[in-house]
Design a protein around this ligand. Structure first.
Ligand SMILES: C[S@@+](CC[C@H](N)C(=O)[O-])C[C@H]1O[C@@H](n2cnc3c(N)ncnc32)[C@H](O)[C@@H]1O
Length: 253
């Protein structure tokens, strides 16, 4: 039997946002490996073995997936959103780089998904309509000093900024520090979007000026987007539209 690995993104939550390519790979897989809540999104069926694991064991999980594929299994490694965005694709390649030579002969594919940043932006309007950057606010895999430097430089460059993992239960103080840095760099009037559990029944969106933003407005199911100096709101009946125009005037630098 020829094994393979598909590192696949399940999208932000809604079934309708899973790509047909990922659905097809799930139908052909013999094993699904991933963080428990993501594996729980896969419907069990005969012939499919589910391997849920804790979220702190990415490299072990990646090595297990590679090993299963080397034994001839068809392994889908599940990520939420897109697997290349702060997720399992890079972990699989880290394990591959350090692993036995025969793993490099495996059929390995990365199947993209709709990342939370794009799902959140689409719900609010088009806050990422001009140049932007994405930053993971977790200091699990990098020091806080790197995060703070990137926040300051992104603010100076006037990027819109999309923040993943804004506030963990283990380190709730990090996001309060990030908000303080942003207020200092961007001022109190800059718009900030909190988009929680996008595309799920618990979805909730909130747009406030930075001066009114509180750390408690985010949790680990929240995507945070801070606008650039050009990001604005269009008021209308119901939810406002948050968007960033596509152009910057000549004299803006
Ligand atoms: C470990 S990262 C994984 C990102 C994922 N690979 C992606 O592309 O969306 C987890 C973070 O993604 C964000 N996130 C994931 N799904 C979300 C959703 N449905 N709504 C809002 N934010 C979400 C949250 O910031 C969460 O802390």
């Amino acid at each position: 039997m020829t094994g393979w690995i598909a590192v696949a993104g399940l999208g932000p939550g809604d079934e309708a946002l899973v790509t047909p390519e990922v659905t097809q790979a799930l139908a052909e897989a013999t094993d699904v490996v991933g963080y428990g809540p993501y594996v729980a999104r896969v419907a069990p069926r005969d012939g499919l073995v589910l391997h849920p694991s804790d979220n702190r064991v990415e490299l072990e999980r990646a090595a297990m997936a590679l090993d299963l594929a080397a034994q001839g299994r068809r392994v889908l490694v599940a990520s939420s959103g897109d697997p290349g965005v702060f997720a399992m694709a890079a972990a699989v390649f880290e394990a591959l780089e350090d692993g036995p030579a025969h793993w490099r002969e495996l059929d390995i594919r990365v199947l993209p998904g709709i990342t939370a940043m794009l799902a959140a932006a689409a719900r609010a309007g088009a806050p990422l309509g001009h140049d932007f950057c994405a930053i993971n606010l977790s200091d699990n895999l990098k020091p806080w000093s790197v995060i703070e430097k990137r926040l300051r430089l992104a603010a100076e460059a006037d990027f819109a900024m999309a923040f993943y993992n804004p506030r963990s239960r283990a380190r709730p103080e990090g996001f309060a520090k990030a908000l303080a840095v942003l207020r200092e760099a961007c001022g109190d009037d800059r718009l900030i979007l909190f988009a929680r559990a996008v595309s799920t029944p618990e979805e909730a969106l909130r747009i406030v000026p930075l001066g009114e933003a509180r750390a408690e407005m985010a949790d680990m199911r929240t995507m945070v987007i801070v606008g650039s100096s050009r990001t604005r709101i269009i008021e209308r009946p119901g939810a406002p539209i948050l968007y960033t125009p596509r152009s910057v005037p000549e004299d803006a630098s």
